[in-house]
Write a protein that binds this ligand. Structure first.
Ligand SMILES: C[S@@+](CC[C@H](N)C(=O)[O-])C[C@H]1O[C@@H](n2cnc3c(N)ncnc32)[C@H](O)[C@@H]1O
Length: 208
């Protein structure tokens, strides 16, 4: 592999704990659309684990820009169970459909909502609701502000830093994200505490 590819130390730290959660959430043979795949470290780690475990996950990575797509495609070119990355900005109306299926079993996204304009939250929810199969899940990882719980000093500092870099960025309130999901027709299923004051949110598209 090209050692000059972009690398995220945070993705190396969180990929294991996230995988532990995905194992409980994704069925064998799951078709997963990943939004904002970034460096591709998550896709690579999850797909290799799926291969070792015989879970048969089919991973569809994506990125928002051609510049983001190029290194992602290079990292994932030979990873089994990973399809060639697609270009997808959550705000675009046409999201890729799962080939030959009623919809994706899951849409997965990590670390997008605090580092993009707030409009991306609603777009994410509406897009996922359109392309998930009935009973499918939207899985969202990242730092969130949870009402009634103290925000950690590290997340407070992170929030200030994000807003100084771009006034449209910043940690999101869980209740605001839940409101967007509800408006899109998704049902909030679970909130999982994760290492380093992160969370995993799970939303479902109703089966009926
Ligand atoms: C902090 S990185 C997270 C990457 C990876 N998911 C991870 O956790 O390591 C944020 C990613 O969101 C992507 N992104 C930003 N705005 C986006 C949008 N409107 N639609 C889709 N992806 C977007 C960026 O290109 C970037 O790769």
């Amino acid at each position: 592999m090209n050692s000059a590819l972009p690398h995220s130390p945070a993705a190396d730290r969180n990929k294991g704990p996230i995988l532990d959660q995905l194992r409980a959430l994704l069925p064998v043979g799951a078709r997963v659309l990943e939004i904002a795949s970034g460096t591709g470290q998550h896709a690579e780690h999850f797909a290799l684990a799926s291969r070792r475990g015989g879970w048969g996950w089919q991973w569809q990575p994506s990125e928002a820009t051609p510049a983001g797509l190029r290194p992602l495609a290079e990292r994932l070119a030979e990873v089994p169970g990973v399809r060639p990355p697609l270009m997808l900005d959550v705000r675009q109306p046409d999201w890729p459909k799962a080939a030959g299926a009623a919809g994706w079993d899951a849409v997965y996204v990590a670390n997008l909502l605090h580092i993009s304009p707030w409009a991306c939250a609603g777009a994410l929810m509406r897009g996922a609701a359109r392309v998930l199969r009935p009973g499918g899940r939207l899985i969202v990882y990242g730092p969130f502000i949870v009402e009634g719980e103290p925000t950690s000093p590290s997340n407070q500092a992170f929030d200030i830093d994000l807003r100084s870099r771009d006034a449209a960025w910043g940690l999101r309130h869980l209740s605001d994200v839940q409101d967007e999901a509800r408006a899109a027709g998704l049902v909030f299923e679970a909130l999982q505490d994760m290492p380093a004051h992160n969370r995993l949110l799970v939303f479902g598209r109703p089966a009926g």
